[in-house]
Design a protein around this ligand. Structure first.
Ligand code: ZN
Length: 233
């Protein structure tokens, strides 16, 4: 699905995967479950790009539905991986992968053991860095939004008032809500990260799950933070 002429959403790969098409190459933001590379590369091809055009895979966090497609994408494209420093040990298979609590966690553990392969992170980010993506517009900035996972980050392009939010929130039925507790590493920290996004000027926000927010994202995020605060009182 075309969101802007240079940003496309890959449908049907569990988490939202975004293709960023620039004259100097393609960036893939998050990578879906293991096996998602087939759909991602098929869409890329239909847009007139070869797999060799992919220069970067930019990850928001370590969860299997966001990093699962990355090893096969690296193999097919030779792209370099950018990922949060806090989540890098898990992505590289050197630390236990975070997964949901409860019975769903057990299903995830099986899926992780059977399907998820570790992959090398070429560039670790923690927040405050500027990536060579949308470089002609000032570059994509890394924003630390920990809590959903230990190292979760979001990516922000001030020139377009555009935020790639990962799982810093969910978007459904026109409302932004915090990520469900069962999926979070530290829910109070995730809430503080969500509140911190209110400081950014955001019109379009592209989450890891749910429909892209094309307009007025600031208001929706602020409403989510206010509603959680009123419940907590
Ligand atoms: Zn997640």
């Amino acid at each position: 699905m075309e969101l802007t002429p240079d940003i496309h959403l890959v449908d049907g790969v569990t988490c939202n995967v975004y293709l960023i098409l620039e004259p100097d190459g393609v960036t893939i933001l998050d990578s879906g479950l293991p096996g998602a590379h087939t759909r991602i590369l098929a869409l890329l091809q239909s847009l007139g790009h070869a797999s060799g055009d992919v220069r970067r895979i930019v990850l928001t966090h370590q969860h299997i539905d966001h990093v699962g497609g990355a090893p096969a994408l690296v193999k097919a494209t030779g792209a370099e991986i950018y990922a949060p420093v806090g989540d890098t040990p898990a992505i590289e298979g050197k630390a236990k992968r975070e997964r949901p609590r409860g019975p769903l966690g057990l299903a995830f553990a099986v899926m992780i053991a059977l399907q998820l392969r570790p992959t090398t992170v070429n560039h670790q980010v923690a927040g405050g860095e500027t990536l060579p993506v949308f470089a002609s517009e000032g570059g994509l900035q890394v924003v630390a939004t920990p809590g959903h996972t230990v190292g979760h980050v979001s990516y922000y392009l001030p020139a377009r008032r555009l935020l790639f939010a990962g799982d810093a929130y969910r978007h459904a039925d026109g409302k932004v809500t915090p990520s469900p507790k069962m999926f979070n590493h530290d829910t109070p920290q995730a809430m503080r990260s969500l509140a911190s996004l209110c400081a950014l000027d955001v019109e379009m926000s592209l989450p890891g799950h749910g429909a892209p927010i094309l307009h007025d994202a600031n208001r929706l995020i602020a409403e989510a933070v206010a509603s959680v605060a009123s419940v907590a009182r």
